[in-house]
Design a protein around this ligand. Sequence first.
Ligand SMILES: Cc1ncc(COP(=O)(O)O)c(C=O)c1O
Length: 424
Amino acid sequence: MALTQTPAGRSAAGDPLDVAALKADFPLLGVRVHDQRIVYLDSAASSQKPNAVLDTMDWYYRNINANVHRGVYAIAEEATRRMEVARDRVRHFINAPSVDEIVFTKNATEACNLVAQSWGRANLGEGDAVLLTHMEHHANIVPWQILAAERGFEIRWIPLTPDGQLDLTDLEQLLRGVKLLGVTAMSNVLGTINPVRRLTDAARAAGAVSLIDACQYVPHLPTDVVELGADFVAFSGHKMLGPTGIGVLWGRRELLDAMPPFLGGGEMIRDVTVNGFTPNDLPWKFEAGTPPIAEILGLGAAVDYLEALGMAAVRAHEIELTAYALETLNGRFGDGITIYGPTDATARGGVLSFAFQGLHPHDISQVLDEHAVCVRAGHHCAKPLMRVLGVGATARASVYLYNDEADIDALADALAATADFFLP
Ligand SMILES: Cc1ncc(COP(=O)(O)O)c(C=O)c1O
């Protein structure tokens, strides 16, 4: 069976995206909801999957389904080989120096917990501090709170400016005595793209390591972990066209080498006796138990798909579409809509959280659904940020490479219908 690895309707990586052709690669975008064309604007929660990913996972189960790093028969060896090839594709996608530094996890949340429970447990205690920001997702907050309750270290916070940027005025002072800086590369609520290099440089100068939550960044911008200057980078496969159940922790080899295992069991050991164990080499030291093999191959196919498009082209498309969305929504609804975060599309990703006509986000989302427009309503796993914004929840529309201006127009029309419904 031949695998479809390249996007339809493309000429060469880097060309402007041909969204009409791309849409045909995503079966779900052909689904009709309430007898209407689905308008999927919730990719910040989870992206849709192209045929290349779906076919790869199906092909694995139909042709080479066997456990990895165990069997010495043909299909087991082929499954193992393809899993390690996928790991190298991910390495290349983020320009990591070594494939040994690519640790597969369940998702970004598990990747952050791995850093907290392994690096944090070995390095943090009373008198130490961890520095986070007010725009972090719970995935990069709660693991530190759990550990702080046990170890008694302090958690500090970088505040925000009124336009939704990090307020770095007191950065040097905040970093004093800090051992780890945890920061999102792009906010899943505000869309803000943070100055990661400036932050990682400042952290290093203060003697701290940095954990970058790149869950909303890796799917949307060209990513170079060396250029970001980070020590750890976490992201999830399901937000970048891949399946659920697979995430990645990249870490600098010296740090990963020195860290104790996170979970114990099969695969993560070199030897076990009744008296103890010796851990396996990187990256398997952190991959206890049977890995999500089909999901890893699916992530590899997702990375191939994105690389065939070219991440610069993906980013250019999203800037254009975000600018169109900001202009359309602000132009059409004026004071009736508040879109949080930076107003300049080049300073943000395509995540548009908004308040609309004083309506509750869940009411908005429910009426939008009647128009087959899918948006998220809620606190977006960023409750400290909701408190800073002074709201309990927001509605959030988020775009990806398969969205176009017609999707934004459909959102605007459905919002107008929502206002008519509630405020006749
Ligand atoms: C910025 C950010 N970090 C972390 C996560 C957690 O991702 P996952 O639920 O895949 O672990 C998300 C998911 O919404 C996110 O947007």
